[in-house]
Structure formats: structure tokens, C-alpha cells
Design a protein around this ligand. Structure first.
Ligand SMILES: NC(=O)c1ccc[n+]([C@@H]2O[C@H](COP(=O)([O-])OP(=O)(O)OC[C@H]3O[C@@H](n4cnc5c(N)ncnc54)[C@H](O)[C@@H]3O)[C@@H](O)[C@H]2O)c1
Length: 420
């Protein structure tokens, strides 16, 4: 296999043509491999076959057209024999009371689908984010059961998590360091060789499977715990009546302190979800990770409580007559992604409580988002009596003096003042 990788004759099939699978197929095709891009969704495959990509990602369309026209990438809804299968299917979550549990059914069905094509020497790689112990114990077991082949003796299996940033996926695929985890040294070696063929400045590091699985979850949990610390500080600072952003900026002048910024909460499909995959497997041992998740999940509710308190003081007996403008509805600055957005939770909770709420999300060109009117910044400033600044979008930063001239709860601390 090493030789086939070196001379680019190894055939690769990517399973799942989404945000991760499609750019990964393009990267391997650009490196000179023959790649099959497989998806169960026929619409996606026919879109790809008609030379169009179905995801929003800068520069990807051009790169896709090149590898499609060169014949190196073949979109397909039929699996066939391949030297390498790379599984990039979704791992969504199921909400259970206040917790989120992983749904690995797509990983299971993808493993069942590739199993008939796994032969002696085949390498299977899982890239989807999964709870620890899913690679060998779920994917490996399914393939062993379906094929009667033995893991690490007949076929090889690795876990290679993704850490790319949407908007920069193709660049980061080549420039980020990769973690390659496997319970077989031979698989580690082959998989490292394979990823090194697409890496430019990034390096591939090998480890065992469980460390690689945990590595992905720990990266996001680390950020989540640190944001929770900042969010906790914001609530304490509010009680004291001091500015948390000034406090953090001053504390960060210490050479070994680097506190993150608090905000309206934590959203999206990675930071707000992945830590739960550790809690799910180790509920007794993960109280810090769980508490951080709960703290970050509570922050939008705290913002609502703070808004209600301020409205009572600033607009006594008129709270429900005035209009509240929520500045930012996506889940982080300068993107259009609304998944698990804390700002939307704030807007909807206030609306349910009977307040008049409008939103301003310059990155989404829709007149309404989840039942909230989506106005321009100019319209929002004109219409609103009270503003909640929930995201540090560039447009808000550029107009901060205008925004701050109104009654505003500044949850993200954009300011036109520096430290004294
Ligand atoms: N998107 C990101 O920025 C990102 C970053 C890091 C990790 N991840 C992880 O990567 C994985 C994939 O995420 P994504 O964003 O690419 O998902 P996605 O929803 O964009 O794409 C997944 C694709 O898999 C297809 N699919 C589902 N079941 C299939 C099956 N059995 N066989 C073949 N195709 C199948 C779907 O039709 C879809 O096109 C997830 O585990 C996610 O958590 C994503």
C-alpha cells in the first residue's frame, strides 16, 4: 500500500460529500489520486456531476471543476472496490432533557455500506467526530462481522479527526497538523503516508485510536471550558458593577494569563456539542466539562434576565411597548450559520415573553429568521428603543459609536475606547 500511495495509484473513496468529504476528495484528487466521491444523497451527486458544488465555501467551485474535468474526482452514488475508504458522514446529536447524546447511526450505516468492499489490505479511515471508542468498537466490529476479516490482521482502520475552519477548509486541510490514530502500527504508518501526500505546511502525527478520538473532543472542550470561565467572570463582574472586558484585558497583561472573551453563549455544531460526547461516555468523571457546557448554555438565559431587569429600570411600565433590537443572530461573528445560535435563543425567549423584538443579521439575506424580522443595521437603529449587542460582526464594529449612542446591553464588549 505504501508504494501505491507513493506512486498515487491507490484508489480512494470518500464516503459523504459534505463540508468535510467534498474538500477532502478535492485535496486527494489534486494530489494525483483517483478519487470516488460517494454520497447516499442522489441530489448531491447529480449536482456535483453537473459541475456545481452544493456547499458554500470560498474557492472550492474552481478547485472542484479542475479535478472533475481532469477525471481525478468521480462523484458517485455507487460504492465500488477501493484501496482506501474515508468516512466523513454526519454525527448529529439527540437532545435529551438538558443533555446532548451522539447519534452515530450514519457512521454505522456507512460502515455497513463499505464492508462488502473491504478486502485483505484495505484501509478504512473514520474522520467524523465521534465519542471515544467508536472507531474500533463500532466501525471495526461492524466490518469484522460483515466480512469475517480480522481488524489489524486482514484490514486496517484509522481515526483521523478534522479541525478545519469553515471558510478556509481547503487551505486548512493542507496546512493544519493532522492526528492519525490506529490500534495497528502498520495502519498508522500507511495513514500518515496518505495524509502527508495532501499536507503542505501541516504535519501528520501518529498515536493510538483512543487518543486520536479524544484529541478532537478535547480540543473543543478546552475552548468550551475556557469560554465558560470568561462567561462566569462576566456574571460576577456584572454583580460587582465592573466592566468584564476591561478586567480581562488588564488580567491578560500578565505574561502567563490568556483569558478568552465572554459572549452571549456558545453555539454551532462543534463547541456546543463535542464536549457532550465525553460526558456521555464518562458521566462520573467529567463534571468540569459538563459544568462548563451548562454554564455556556445558561448564558443566553442570563442575558434575557439582564435585559428584563434593565428594561424595568429604563422603561418602567412600558417594557412591552418598546422595541428591542438584537444585533447579530448567527452563532459567531461574520458568518451566516444559525445552528444552535445563542442570539436566536435570546431573541425567541424575549419574544415568547411578550416583548417586541427585531433582529439584525447582516450575513443572512432573509427578511425573517426563525420568526424574527431581519432588518438592516440602519433600520434596526431607527426602530429600536433598546439594543442587545450579541455579536462582534465587522459591520457592528465599524458602526460602534452609532450603536453606543443608543440604550444598549453590550454583551460582546466591542468598544471605541482603549485601556488608559
Ligand atoms: N463541517 C465542519 O466544519 C466540521 C469540522 C470538524 C469536524 N466535522 C465532523 O465531520 C463529520 C462530517 O461533517 P460535515 O459537516 O461534512 O457533514 P455534512 O452534513 O455537510 O455532510 C455529510 C454528508 O454525508 C452524507 N451521508 C450521510 N450518510 C451517508 C452514508 N451512509 N453514506 C454516504 N454518505 C452519507 C450526507 O448525505 C451528507 O452529504 C461530522 O462528524 C462533523 O462533526 C465537521
Amino acid at each position: 500500500m505504501i508504494e501505491k500511495i507513493e506512486n498515487k495509484t491507490a484508489k480512494i473513496t470518500i464516503v459523504g460529500m459534505g463540508y468535510i468529504g467534498l474538500p477532502t476528495s478535492i485535496a486527494f484528487a489534486q494530489a494525483g489520486f483517483n478519487v470516488n466521491g460517494y454520497d447516499v444523497n442522489e441530489e448531491i451527486i447529480s449536482t456535483l456531476k453537473s459541475e456545481k458544488i452544493h456547499i458554500k465555501e470560498p474557492d472550492l467551485q474552481q478547485a472542484f471543476e479542475k479535478v472533475l474535468n481532469s477525471g481525478k474526482l468521480k462523484p458517485t452514488n455507487k460504492l465500488e472496490k477501493s484501496d482506501v475508504f474515508i468516512i466523513c458522514v454526519p454525527t448529529p446529536f439527540i437532545k435529551k432533557e438538558n443533555e446532548k447524546l451522539s447519534d452515530i447511526s450514519y457512521v454505522e450505516s456507512a460502515s455497513k455500506a463499505v464492508a462488502p468492499f473491504v478486502e485483505k489490505g484495505t484501509l478504512v479511515i473514520l474522520e467524523s467526530t465521534v465519542p471515544p471508542m467508536t472507531t474500533d468498537e463500532v466501525v471495526g466490529k461492524i466490518i469484522e462481522e460483515e466480512t469475517k476479516l480480522k481488524l489489524n490482521e486482514d484490514f486496517y482502520l484509522s481515526y483521523c479527526p478534522e479541525r478545519v475552519l469553515p471558510g478556509k477548509i481547503l487551505f486548512e486541510l493542507k496546512n493544519n497538523d493532522r492526528i492519525v490514530g490506529s490500534s495497528s502500527e502498520k495502519a498508522q504508518k500507511i495513514t500518515k503516508e496518505l495524509y502527508e501526500s495532501i499536507l503542505t505546511t501541516g504535519k501528520a502525527y501518529t498515536t493510538d485510536t483512543h487518543t486520536a478520538e479524544m484529541c478532537k473532543l478535547v480540543e473543543n472542550s478546552h475552548r468550551d471550558v475556557n469560554i465558560a470561565f470568561a462567561n462566569e467572570l462576566s456574571i460576577i463582574a456584572d454583580k460587582i458593577g465592573i466592566d468584564v472586558f476591561e478586567l480581562i484585558e488588564l488580567a491578560n497583561k500578565h505574561p502567563r494569563v490568556n483569558i478568552l472573551k465572554p459572549g452571549a453563549g456558545v453555539g454551532g455544531h462543534c463547541l456546543a456539542v463535542d464536549p457532550w460526547f465525553i460526558v456521555e461516555k464518562f458521566p462520573e468523571e467529567s463534571d468540569l466539562i459538563r459544568t462548563a457546557r451548562e454554564k455556556n448554555d445558561y448564558k443566553p438565559q442570563w442575558v434575557v434576565e439582564k435585559v428584563e431587569k434593565e428594561l424595568k429600570e429604563k422603561f418602567p411600565n412600558k417594557e412591552k411597548d418598546i422595541t428591542i433590537g438584537i444585533l447579530g443572530l448567527s452563532y459567531k461573528p461574520n458568518i451566516d450559520d444559525l445552528r444552535e445560535s445563542p442570539s436566536i435563543e435570546i431573541a425567541l425567549t424575549l419574544k415568547e415573553k411578550g416583548y417586541n423584538v427585531v433582529g439584525c443579521e447582516p450575513n443572512v439575506l432573509k427578511q425573517e429568521i426563525k420568526g424574527i424580522k431581519n432588518l438592516s443595521l440602519d433600520q434596526t437603529l431607527k426602530k429600536s428603543d433598546y439594543l442587545v449587542l450579541t455579536l462582534a460582526h465587522d459591520e457592528f464594529k465599524q458602526n460602534i459609536s452609532l450603536i453606543m449612542s443608543k440604550e444598549v446591553l453590550n454583551v460582546v464588549g466591542i468598544t471605541n475606547k482603549g485601556l488608559n
